[in-house]
Design a protein around this ligand. Sequence first.
Ligand code: HEC
Ligand code: HEC
Length: 420
Amino acid sequence: MSLRVALTALLLLFAPTAQAADSLDNRIGEALFRRMWVAAPTATQAADGLGPLYNARSCATCHPRAGGGRPPDPAVEGDQGVGYAIKLNSDPVYGRQIQSNATLGQVIEGRPRVTYREEEVRFPDGETIRLRHPTPVVEDLGYGPLAVATVMSARVPPRVHGMGLLDRIPAEAIEAEAQRQQASGGPVSGRVNHVTVDGKRQVGRFGWKAMHPTLDHQDAEAFSLDIGMSTPAYREPWGDCTLAQTACREAPHGDSKQFEGLEIPSTVIGLIDGYLRDLPPDGSLEAPKDKAGTTLFADTGCAACHRPSWRTAEDPDHPTLSNREIFPHSDMLLHDLGPALGDELPMGEARGSDWRTTPLWGLNRLAAKDGQLSLLHDGRARSVTEAILWHGGEAERAKDRFMSLPGEERKRLVRYVLGL
Ligand code: HEC
Ligand code: HEC
C-alpha cells in the first residue's frame, strides 16, 4: 500500500467529521506536518528513518499550530524552549546544527541553552525598559569541544502561516523593490539574498536570512537538519552527521526502494508544501483599518522595510490567490540591522548582521494565545517594544524616531503592530 493511500485510509477512519471544504490532500499534508517519525527499522517503512541524530520528531513539535517557537527559559531547570536550535558554520564534528536528540544507542550532540544579561534602556521621556542580551550555550557536548573557528547562531522557529502567499509574490517584484531602495540613496537599502539551487540562481524568501528560495527547499532542509531524514534535495539518510560521527553513519536507516531510495519521497514533501501553501496568514487578509496607525507606522520609518502590501502573481489555477493584494508588512529583503543582532554566520549573500524583514501579520493572535512574545530570530525580545529597541544599522533612524515619540504614541504604534 502506498504511503498516500495508507494515510488517506487512516484519515477517513479517524476524521469522518472534518469539514468537507478542506481538500483531502491538505488534510494529508497537515497529518504529515504533525506526524511523529520513528527510528528505522520498522515493519511498514512508511514512517521510519528518524535521526539517528535529530532535534524533534515532527514539524509540529517546533511549529505548534503552525506557529513559532521560543527560547529556553533559564529560570526553569531543564527547559528546552520550543524548537530552539543552534546553527553552526559547519563544525568538522558537529556539522551545521546541534542535534539535541538521538535514537536509542546514539549519543546526543548537546543541549542548547541561553543565558541573558539584562540592560536597562531609558527613553527620552524618562520611561525605562529592560532588554536581555542573549549568549547561546551548548551544555553536555557529546563529541568533545566545538572547533575554535566554529560560530554559533541561535534561532527560534518562525510562524509558518501565510507562506503560500509570500511564495506567490513575483520574484521580479522583489528585485524591483531592492533596486528602488538602493536607488533612493537613503539609509534603508535592502538586498535580495540570491541562492543557487539546482543550478538556478533564485530569489531567497524563506528563513530568517531568506536563504531558501522555495518552501520545498526549506522543508527538505528541515527534514535533514531537524529530523534527520533524507529527501530528494538532501539524500543522506544520516542528516547532519559528519564523517567523524561514525556510529550515526553506520546506524540503520529508513531508505526504501518504495520511496525513491529515500526516507521522505517527493510526494510527501509535495503534500506538506501544499498544506503550508494553503494556510492563510494568522493575521488580517485586509488592509489595516486604523488609518492614523498606518500613518504613524509610515512616519516613524517602519514601512520603509515592513512594506505593507504586495500583489500576488497571476495564477489561473487558483483564482482566489491570484493577483490579489496581501498585507504581510515585509519587503522580503535583507537589511543590516547592526552588530547587536549580528551573528557572524553568513548564509548565501546574507552577512552576519543581515536579516530578512520579518512579516508582521499574525502577531496579534500570537499575543492573545501565549501572552509573552518571543520575537526576533533568537526570541530574545519579549514584546514589540523590546523588538523595536534591538533595531540598529539601517533601522537606527526609525528606532530613534520611535524612542522620541511621546509615550501615548509609542503605545499606539505597538497596538497597531499587534493588530496587523
Ligand atoms: C527543531 C525544530 C524544527 C523542526 C522539527 C522543524 N522546523 Fe521549521 N524552522 C525551524 C527554525 C529554527 C526555523 C528558522 C531557521 C532559520 O531561518 O534559521 C524554521 C523555519 C521554517 C520555515 C520558514 C518560515 C519563514 O518565515 O520563512 C518553514 C516554512 C518551516 N520551518 C517548515 C518546516 C517543516 C515543513 C518542517 C517539517 C518537515 C519543519 N519546519 C520542522 C525549526 C524547526
Ligand atoms: C531597515 C529595515 C527595518 C526597519 C526600518 C524596521 N524594521 Fe522591524 N525588522 C527588520 C528586520 C530585518 C527584522 C528581523 C530582525 C531579527 O530577527 O533579528 C525586523 C523585526 C521586527 C519585529 C519582530 C517580528 C518577529 O516576529 O520577530 C518587529 C515587531 C518589528 N521589526 C517592528 C518594527 C517597527 C514597529 C519598526 C518601526 C519603528 C521597524 N520594525 C522598523 C527590519 C526593519
